[in-house]
Ligand binder design. Structure first.
Ligand SMILES: Cc1ncc(COP(=O)(O)O)c(C=O)c1O
Length: 212
C-alpha cells in the first residue's frame, strides 16, 4: 500500500476531524446505545501509565465492583481489552482445541460465530439448532450431552439478533452433570439480565468492555 502523502493525510484529517467536542452519536451494535455524558467525559481524561500504581488501583477496584454484577464472590474476573468476538475467541481456545469435541447451542447469529472459531482451531463441532427467536433448545442440549462426551458447551446468553434469552441456570445445571466446560457469550446480556456465575457454574463469560 502506498504511504500516504502529507496532502492525503491533511485531506483525511479534514474528512474525519478529531475535536474535543462530544459529537452526538448513537452506537448500534446492538443498539441504539446512548453513551452517557459522564462516560464520554471519563474517556477524555488524560491517559495513565498502564504499569503504574494508579492503574493497578483502578483495575482492582473495577474487578471488585464487577463481582456483584457477575454474581461471583471468589476469583477476580479477567478483563479483556478487546471486542466481543475477541472474548469469544479467547473462550474457545481455552475450553476447546484441535480434535476436542464441542457442542454449540445455535439460536441465531452468534452461535455460528462460536462454530467458526471452534472449527478454525480444529475442534470437532456438533450443533443444536433452534428456530430464530427461540431460546436455545435445552432438551436438545441434554440429549446431545447424553449421547457423546464433550470438552465444552458454547452458548449465547442473549441472542441480540432476536432478543431471545437463554435460561442459564437451567443450562448450567444440565452441563454440570457432565465433564464439559460451559462458555457463555453474554455480550448483550450481562448487566441487563440476571447473572449468577458462581451458582450457575460456567467457566467463561464473554462481554466486551465498551458495552453497557
Ligand atoms: C451476542 C453477541 N455476541 C457477540 C457480539 C460481537 O461483539 P463485537 O462486535 O464487540 O465483536 C455481539 C455484537 O453485537 C453480540 O450481540
Amino acid at each position: 500500500m502506498p504511504r500516504p502523502t502529507l496532502r492525503r493525510l491533511a485531506s483525511m484529517n479534514a474528512r474525519f476531524p478529531i475535536s474535543g467536542d462530544a459529537v452526538p452519536y448513537r452506537l448500534r451494535l446492538p443498539g441504539p446505545t446512548a453513551v452517557p455524558e459522564r462516560v464520554l467525559r471519563a474517556l477524555s481524561r488524560p491517559v495513565i501509565a498502564h504499569r503504574g500504581p494508579e492503574f493497578l488501583a483502578r483495575f482492582r477496584d473495577i474487578q471488585d465492583r464487577l463481582k456483584p454484577i457477575l454474581g461471583r464472590a471468589g476469583a477476580a474476573p479477567f478483563l479483556f481489552a478487546s471486542t466481543g468476538i475477541g472474548t469469544m475467541e479467547s473462550a474457545v481456545v481455552n475450553v476447546a482445541g484441535p480434535g476436542l469435541r464441542v457442542l454449540i447451542a445455535n439460536n441465531g447469529q452468534w452461535g455460528p460465530v462460536f462454530k467458526r472459531l471452534a472449527l478454525a482451531i480444529g475442534a470437532e463441532v456438533d450443533e443444536v439448532v433452534s428456530p430464530l427467536g427461540q431460546p436455545i433448545d435445552l432438551e436438545g442440549i441434554e440429549r446431545a450431552l447424553k449421547a457423546k462426551e464433550y470438552a465444552a458447551v458454547l452458548a449465547v446468553h442473549s441472542e441480540s439478533s432476536t432478543g431471545a434469552l437463554t435460561d442459564l441456570k437451567a443450562l448450567g445445571a444440565i452441563v454440570a452433570q457432565t465433564p464439559a466446560l460451559l462458555a457463555v457469550d453474554s455480550v448483550s446480556g450481562l448487566g441487563g439480565a440476571e447473572m449468577r456465575q458462581d451458582e450457575w457454574g460456567s467457566t467463561w463469560w464473554c462481554r466486551p468492555r465498551r458495552r453497557r
